[in-house]
Design a protein around this ligand. Structure first.
Ligand code: 5GP
Ligand code: ZN
Length: 114
């Protein structure tokens, strides 16, 4: 999508610190990390958020979660653990309107969500 910053990152128009890519998924370091490891994992296809996903997209969601596994191992987060967060909509704190998962790790995370 033309105006989308994450689509521009996928296309290399905006630079990023890429750590993983396959045919469906792109992952890169968050520009404002809130943990020692803060990685954004996104589908290459533009979806505004999780609410734009439907039943036909279930294989993609599965693929995204498998990418989480691969990236967690690659970044040595698998042993101590990590957290995945998907912000959706204004009350969910979503700022960038391209579906993305935050992968957070590298320290003990706070017990509370929200
Ligand atoms: P959201 O609040 O929408 O779930 O999270 C968007 C995330 O994207 C934020 O953590 C923000 O720091 C990150 N972000 C926004 N613009 C850029 C960018 O141009 N490059 C990178 N690497 N991260 C970005
Ligand atoms: Zn996009």
């Amino acid at each position: 999508m033309e105006d989308c910053i994450f689509c521009k990152i996928i296309n290399g128009i905006v630079p990023s610190n890429k750590i993983f890519e396959d045919d469906l998924v792109f992952a890169f370091r968050d520009i404002h990390p809130v943990a020692p490891a803060h990685i954004l994992i996104i589908p290459k296809k533009h979806y505004p958020n999780l609410e734009a996903i439907d039943a036909t997209d279930q294989p993609l969601l599965s693929h995204l979660l498998h990418a989480v596994n691969l990236i967690a191992r690659q970044e040595c987060l698998d042993k101590n653990g990590y957290r995945i967060a998907i912000n959706c909509g204004p009350w969910g704190g979503q700022v960038v309107q391209h579906l993305h998962m935050h992968l957070l790790g590298g320290r003990k995370l706070a017990d509370e969500l929200g």
